[in-house]
Design a protein around this ligand. Sequence first.
Ligand SMILES: *Cc1c(COP(=O)(O)O)cnc(C)c1O
Length: 410
Amino acid sequence: MTASFDVHRIRQDFPVLMQTIGSKPLVYLDNAATSQKPQVVIDVIRRYYAEINANVHRGVHTLSQKATAAYEEARLKVKSFINAPSERQIIFTRGTTDGINLVVHCYGRQHIGAGDEIIISAMEHHSNIVPWQMLCEEKGATLRIIPMNERGELEIEAYKQLFSERTQFVSLVHISNSLGTVNPIETMIQIAHQHGVPVLIDGAQAVPHAPVDVQALDCDFYAFSGHKMFAATGIGVLYGKADLLERMPPYQGGGDMILSVSFDKTIYNEIPHKFEAGTPHISGVISLGAAIDYLNQIGRVAAMEYENALLDYATAQLADIPRVNLIGTAREKASIISFTIDEVHPHDIGTLLDMESIAIRAGHHCTQPVMQWFQIPATARASFAFYNTYEEVDRLVQAIHKVIEVFHHG
Ligand SMILES: *Cc1c(COP(=O)(O)O)cnc(C)c1O
């Protein structure tokens, strides 16, 4: 346990966690689906609408200038947060899904043609599979899949073998949302670059968990979601290398993404504005800035170390329960435990745990190919944030014992 990390004080910052559901205090273990929001994030959204609501980038009046300043200040915070070289490389999106679709649409459609190949992995979220499949269908390209082993670790030797003359792109998840695997993306990016192939990283689960440095990783694109990192829903970030972004066509046409419009010729705005057509999610962007301030204040590394210790504690306990099978036992894991119980459908596990006021997720977690690989219909998934406690893990373990009793002795 990390002595410097006072989880009980941290929890006070999250009003949603203070409630009881039925007669028991809520245990929220569905953080991989969405995280809870600290009071400072809730306050900043309220304050934006109560005090400075105005459209950005267009007004000369005071409120519009204040809103624009707050919006662009958040972009600078994101830049520092992921160590991007410039705020011009921070594009605000609707979330990870939107960021990946932007790259598919603006980079993929320009560079990928008939007979070309795109490499993704066996553990991608549907949002890093389906947009590429749609592109392959349109262009006559093919997907090549990096296999994984029974622990849920990608096979790096097999990955190296997938490259050919036709490989045009690699798109990879940083931390798997269904298995918890932390992929060795730094090495994998280097391998792709040795073949001259650019790489997109899906960082939806990584950014809430650990410090991310896009320059150290040397990724070409990095996408993540605000709502999984303690900010509002409907907002996300796409980072890209400047030379790639500059050469890409716009995503959508509309206001804010142009410098000038006439019926003969329209001149597009500079990056990042070229990719931000229309009125953006202003309060969402500002909430993201507040979430970053909050994370910096509690200490990124201390939070990560605490969360890792909590995961180890939970894993050891669950592994000890007869009839419980852990799905995803990679040597490098973060924040997520997927499991099944013999002869109990994961949905029944979810429902019975809900009766104990414990929120977990049951299903395929938008990773149906992972379920197919393990030949299971679904898993139950407990996912942790730095505000979860050892006592909550104990309650999870007790509740799982109860589920087993109901099904095996009832
Ligand atoms: C949640 C998630 C996504 C999709 O994020 P949205 O916020 O729904 O766009 C993509 N990849 C991974 C690994 C995720 O966990």
